[in-house]
Design a protein around this ligand. Sequence first.
Ligand code: UN1
Length: 516
Amino acid sequence: MHDLLARFGLDKHPRIITDPRGDETPEKDGVVVSFNPATGEPIAGVRLDTPEDYEQVTRKAVAAFDRWRRVPAPKRGEVVRRIGNAYRDVLHDLGSLLSLEMGKIRAEGIGEVQETIDIADFAVGQSRMLYGKTMPSERPLHAMKEQWLPLGPVGVITAFNFPNAVWGWNAMLAAVCGDVCVWKPSLLTPLITLATNEIAQRIASEMGHEDIFQVVIGTDDVVGERMIADRRYPLISATGSCRMGRRVGSVVAQRLGRCLLELGGNNAVIVEPDADLDLALKSTVFGAVGTCGQRCTTSRRLYLHESIADEFVTRLASAYQTIRIGDPLSDGTLVGPLITESAVQSFERAVAAAREQGGTIVAGGSRLDPSHLPANLRAGHFVSPTVIRAPRNNHLPIAMEETFAPILYVFTYRDLDEAIAMQNSVDQGLSSAIFTGSSRSAERFLDPAGTGSDCGLAYVNLGTSGAEIGGAFGGEKDTGGGRESGSDSWKAYMRRQTCTINFGETFALAQGIRFE
Ligand code: UN1
């Protein structure tokens, strides 16, 4: 049993089995085993929820919502403020547990928990700013206003790659909006989920509010499908693959529910000839290899102006040589493992396809040779971060797909319009970046007429990943159109009511209609 589990009370947790079977089947006999992706070892087993458990959790959520919505919003903000502080108290250890189970390096694990703290702070302020508008009525002695009301229990479905912060974006805002959350995490990261959720619910319980934050852990068949079809969840917020999003979107649409979808990305970086190339290089390397290429915002395509392409690729290749791959919990490691063996196989398939399609491997290209790793990491899912240069005609169909691995495909372009067209040519529309010293090129990329980047996130002289929480996060096209986190994303967790009040004594109809 790992010390980190005891740190969060998971060693004595009723649903945790501390000496799980060691085979590689993820779920069997009502138990899912969580594996350390760096060592391949089982960390602990977690009992899965049954349909009856799901029903019980949902009933509790409905009852809790009816209590919680009556708590004044700034008082709900006070609960969230204390939750944020509780995460502050365990920042390092919770980030380390995340790193242990998910495999991102510790600095990124801590950064992810920090992202939850940041959105908690944001939500506290928002709890006093759930503003509606007033608008002038066209009728005398009438008033009009809109108000924002709590929506109901929110079903939050998250992916393995951001097992703490994506829930945080949803849960902290939903809580101040008067909603309760039922969290269905990825089966690959049940431990960080339980630790994260229990901290929030412990604070809420201490303040007299039960069942505000609950978890259901189960397969899509048992839990996921039930939840998305369940009218008791007016909002389903789901993060994951485009395939998953299509299923969630269509089932929720059938019942005319609301969906917030954060799906795949296939994000590109454009480097103009007038760019600060040192900055572009560092940002591109982090964007492409950070979290071992498993962010939805990972840089997957690089468009280089032909005048700088060869030099930039050479520098990129030598930068890749210096990347330290290894134990995500060791200081100095920059890249940890992929999440599973099947992720390694997807990586290998994509590299093989790129080769067949005429791509040239410039860096990496294979699973990491285990003899380069310490003995305890030899069963880990490590790959070499990879750069593949497209053939001269830029035809590389595999680059149109999102492979959740550190593969960067490099293309060359002649002018910016061509680069923008290529960057927009994929199905997804999450994140995009340009490096340039010219405001003309930057503004072209951000053209307010919408002819520049077609993504939900557009960066100038920054990489595609690493969004701050203050802005709305999400993307267009197959990315699903949802917006979470900052700006006015809170509105997704509330229902809008337009109120018209006649404070006079006359019967007056809008549009000048007479009905005497
Ligand atoms: C994700 O990969 O699902 O912008 C979220 C970023 C992070 C969030 C990524 N703040 O890279």
